[in-house]
Design a protein around this ligand. Structure first.
Ligand code: GRF
Length: 190
């Protein structure tokens, strides 16, 4: 059995797509969904998907090793950040070397780093007049969006595209590719 823990701060559509993808793969389990946001939409999705949820605060996340201990106790093989907004503390990064993935809604290294998330990313892409955007799936290290890139794919943009149009096009790529890339990385784990 391979076990995945998903971290999300918001709606959780990617978390849901990943859970749905593995629903008919009995050798893989989405063991836990963790969130820093008690109002996150991902909580309702997890309830519907019958996946346990843990809501934590800053003190727990940055001031204790509770989360690392819990992930170890649950024998988590791969941590997946599916729209998680906080920087990962070093102890957690070190506990999952090349075993923690993040998805960024742009073609890193452009449009990445602190503060570049959600509509800020798509607004920057539109105001730069980019002809394309896309997604980047990468391993996580101590700095925002700077881990080794595992997968990137692009989508063409029209000059009339609004940031909302870009977000929609990018989300199609996220939902299409993230589950498969998670499976690919899972299968490559020693
Ligand atoms: C996605 O755009 C993802 O690329 C980014 O956060 C967003 C999460 O969306 N990291 P959702 O909560 O999965 O719908």
């Amino acid at each position: 059995m391979k076990r995945i823990a998903l971290f999300a701060s918001g709606s959780g559509s990617n978390a849901e797509k990943i859970a749905e993808y593995f629903a008919d793969r009995p050798e893989v389990e989405i063991s836990l969904i963790l969130t820093n946001n008690p109002k996150a939409g991902v909580i309702e999705r997890a309830r519907r998907l019958h996946i346990p949820v843990l809501v934590f605060d800053r003190t727990t996340f940055y001031g204790s090793e509770r989360i690392v201990r819990l992930l170890r106790k649950q024998e988590i093989d791969l941590v997946v950040l599916a729209g998680f907004m906080w920087l990962i503390p070093e102890a957690l990064v070190r506990a999952f070397p090349n075993r923690m993935l993040n998805i960024h809604p742009a073609l890193l290294p452009k449009y990445g780093g602190k503060g570049m998330y959600g509509h800020f990313v798509h607004e920057a892409v539109v105001s730069a007049g980019e002809a394309e955007s896309g997604i980047t799936i990468h391993f996580v290290n101590e700095r925002y969006d700077e881990g080794a890139v595992v997968f990137q794919t692009a989508c063409p943009l029209d000059p009339t595209d609004t940031p909302e149009d870009v977000a929609r096009k990018v989300q199609v790529l996220e939902h299409r590719y993230f589950p498969e890339i998670v499976e690919k990385v899972l299968n490559q784990l020693k």
